[in-house]
Design a protein around this ligand. Structure first.
Ligand SMILES: [Mg+2]
Length: 254
């Protein structure tokens, strides 16, 4: 084991997963957005490419609090994803010199959900890993995600995975984003355990790993995008792909 020796191996009561980029393939989210923008181009007779429209849409999508860019750590601002997506759609249309009515927004909501339901994908090994944990242990399996509760439940129903998880904790529920301590504490309360009795698996070092370690969790970082990052001291384990966590989990929660 990388950083935990035998003496430190603990009896874990809970394991938490981030959703986007950890269990759900982030590339599939991009594909869902491309298809969504194809429908927008068709409806409004636009000449832009889907790729250009997604770039425009993404430029309006996330607040600095969500992305942790230039944020004041004490800032508590939170925006539900549904407001961010409405803002991004309106901003995208306004860049095409179009105004959006309430009817347009209702239509957009429909194609947003429809395309995410159709194109969003879990990683191929996600189900196997969750089922392995579920079959072999009485450990609590939870989700901690910077997302809206209704959207996460909608996607989990679409994937047919709602019953695999004991708890879901979202930023919307807590009104703050990771890595703020409160979202991790709320998740821990649902699992009736302490940070040191739990594991977090996530792809964002700043959100999942720093946030989890701040409440004492054992941290598994899926580092896909920062291979040269050496500032990784809060990660107890670092892998590059979800499938690599299986042997680690076998040791930690056998
Ligand atoms: Mg993520």
């Amino acid at each position: 084991m990388e950083k935990l020796n035998n003496k430190e191996l603990k009896k874990y009561k809970a394991i938490f997963f981030d959703f986007g980029g950890t269990l759900m393939c982030a590339e599939s989210d991009h594909i869902a957005h491309l298809h969504m923008m194809k429908e927008v181009i068709q409806k409004y007779n636009l000449s832009a490419s889907p790729e250009d429209m997604v770039t425009k849409y993404n430029s309006f999508l996330f607040t600095k609090e969500m992305t942790l860019l230039d944020t004041d750590p004490e800032e508590k601002s939170f925006t539900p994803l549904r407001e961010s997506t409405d803002r991004a759609f309106r901003g995208t249309l306004s860049q095409c010199n179009l105004e959006s009515s309430n009817e347009d927004l209702r239509w957009f909501k429909k194609i947003f959900l429809g395309n995410h339901k159709k194109y969003l994908k879990l990683f191929p090994e996600t189900l196997e890993i969750i089922r392995q944990i579920r079959n072999n242990n009485s450990i609590h399996i939870g989700i901690i995600s910077d997302i809206d509760t209704d959207f996460l439940k909608f996607q989990f129903d679409a994937f047919g995975i709602s019953k695999l998880f004991d708890s879901i904790t979202t930023s919307e529920e807590v009104q703050i984003y990771k890595p703020k301590e409160k979202i991790f504490q709320v998740a821990l309360n649902k699992a009736s355990c302490q940070g040191k009795e739990s594991i977090i698996v996530g792809d964002s070092y700043k959100k999942d790993i720093v946030g989890g370690k701040n409440v004492g969790m054992t941290t598994i970082w899926i580092n896909k995008f920062q291979p040269d990052n050496t500032d990784t001291e809060k990660a107890d384990f670092t892998v590059t792909h979800l499938k690599e966590i299986s042997p680690i989990l076998k040791e930690l929660i056998k």
